[in-house]
Design a protein. Structure first.
Length: 418
């Protein structure tokens, strides 16, 4: 993993995403208003993507006065690039996390992640959010070095942790899902959604409770003990008792943890498929390899396939690869799922923030106890954003739990064994 990162000051949405994703662009983003005077609030959420939206919705539900600040259109950063597989299995297998942190911690992380997806489902149901949210099973398929034996061991560990899932040996996988791989783990409890519609709806809910959406560029943060002063690039400041940093794959220099790096990821979606060309249960399919290939189906029957990650952060270099990567993904789709009509409708690529252990960065910024980071990195970005919103609200309320440390920004860099 290269220690690359994107500039906090100069990274725009165009640097985060190139091409077109298939999400709710026919709708209009919630409005932001200009900052015409200095203002103060309980909590300032910096960044109005899915992470900021989840934080704003939850904090307003608890009665906090909230301001959401974004320097560009709400939701149109990395949130628009997401393929929105809302999984509880993390990018690091339970076996890898166990090797890094021991079984008890690893099992806790997995259980919290599972509870986060369940919490997200409940939130969508309570507010009847129209974001084509659907519960889906996941199919974790053998790939690379991970075959039948490794998947059985992984599932044993999961069962020991109280997690659900069944093993599908070659013949069952072939019969039930039509996939030609050595084996797979089939697990319930994940979901899919349109990430943009989810984000905008959550912001609308927060706004209906009085949250203000402000168009401003936060350039500096001063934690002065009782208040944090956010300098903007205009004449006015925003003062808040607490700040939540939800700036996605760009983070201020004073945050930059050693375990974080920015890579690039690629995806395409096909034209809508006739139902006989889709696999069983519309499962979220992902490979047991690093980096991995993954597939899902959209509400209008398009197949999305993504992966082909590259360890580069430079948006120009990433964009130059888009066409070649799209063709590679198309080829992989045809190989993995020959029934697909592989005609492409959308192709896109984006910055992709990762941590070496696959876990998010959530909690107070070291040295700035009133500034909280909500960085839900990796393929579980949105699941972790939900977790961040709950953890940070608890921290603001003065709650302190030993397990919060599992996601601390200053945890040492650890990489799973090869
Ligand atoms: C190709 C791809 C596929 C993915 N697939 C999945 C998936 O299947 N499942 C999943 O869970 N996750 C997935 N992810 C990850 C997921 O998309 C991210 O975790 C998530 O979108 C991050 O949202 P965010 O709100 O943190 O960031 P963003 O959506 O980027 O929002 C951050 C906002 O902060 C604003 N901002 C930044 N700096 C400032 C500043 N100084 N002042 C004011 N505003 C500022 C930006 O303008 C931006 O609008 C994928 C990502 C990519 C690229």
């Amino acid at each position: 993993m290269s220690a690359s990162s994107l500039s906090f000051e100069n990274t725009s949405h165009d640097d985060l995403l190139t091409g077109r994703s298939p999400w709710g662009m026919h709708l209009k983003a919630p409005e932001r208003v200009a900052l015409t005077e200095s203002i103060s609030t309980d909590v300032a959420v910096v960044g109005g993507g899915i992470t900021g939206a989840l934080a704003a919705e939850h904090l307003t539900s608890l009665g906090h006065e909230v301001v959401v600040i974004d320097r560009e259109q709400l939701g149109l950063g990395s949130t628009r690039a997401s393929t929105a597989m809302l999984q509880w299995e993390t990018d690091s297998s339970l076996a890898d996390l166990t090797a890094l942190y021991g079984f008890e911690t690893a099992a806790h992380v997995y259980r919290r992640s599972r509870a986060a997806v369940a919490g997200l489902a409940e939130l969508v149901a309570i507010h009847r959010i129209a974001c084509v949210f659907h519960p889906r099973p996941t199919l974790y398929i053998a790939a690379g070095e991970t075959g039948d034996r490794q998947l059985r061991e992984e599932l044993d560990l999961r069962h020991r942790a109280g997690l659900p899932g069944v093993f599908l040996p070659y013949l069952s996988l072939r019969k039930e899902f039509g996939l030609d791989r050595e084996a797979a783990i089939l697990s319930p409890g994940s979901a899919e959604a349109d990430p943009l519609l989810l984000c905008w709806s959550l912001l609308d809910i927060a706004a209906s409770r009085g949250a203000r959406m402000i168009a401003a560029n936060a350039v500096n943060f001063h934690d002065e003990g009782k208040r944090v002063v956010i300098e903007t690039d205009g004449p006015y400041v925003i003062e808040a008792a607490q700040v939540v940093l939800a700036t996605g794959y760009v983070m201020p220099h004073f945050v930059m943890p050693e375990t974080h790096a920015t890579a690039s990821s690629f995806a395409l979606s096909t034209v809508p498929q006739s139902p006989d060309r889709l696999w069983a249960e519309r499962a979220l399919i992902w490979e047991a390899s690093d980096p991995y290939l993954y597939m899902r189906v959209t509400a209008d029957n398009r197949i999305i396939i993504g992966g082909e990650d590259e360890e580069i952060a430079d948006p120009e270099k990433r964009d130059a690869m888009l066409w070649d990567k799209t063709l590679k993904l198309k080829e992989k789709l045809t190989k993995l799922w020959p029934k697909a009509n592989a005609t492409i409708s959308h192709a896109w690529c984006g910055a992709f923030g990762e941590t070496s252990d696959g876990l998010p960065l959530i909690g107070p910024v070291p040295g700035s106890p009133n500034i909280f980071a909500a960085y839900g990195y990796g393929g579980n970005g949105i699941t972790f954003s939900y977790l961040a919103s709950r953890m940070i609200a608890a921290m603001i309320a003065g709650d302190s739990q030993a397990w919060f440390e599992d996601f601390a920004l200053d945890r040492p860099k650890r990489t799973p064994p090869a």
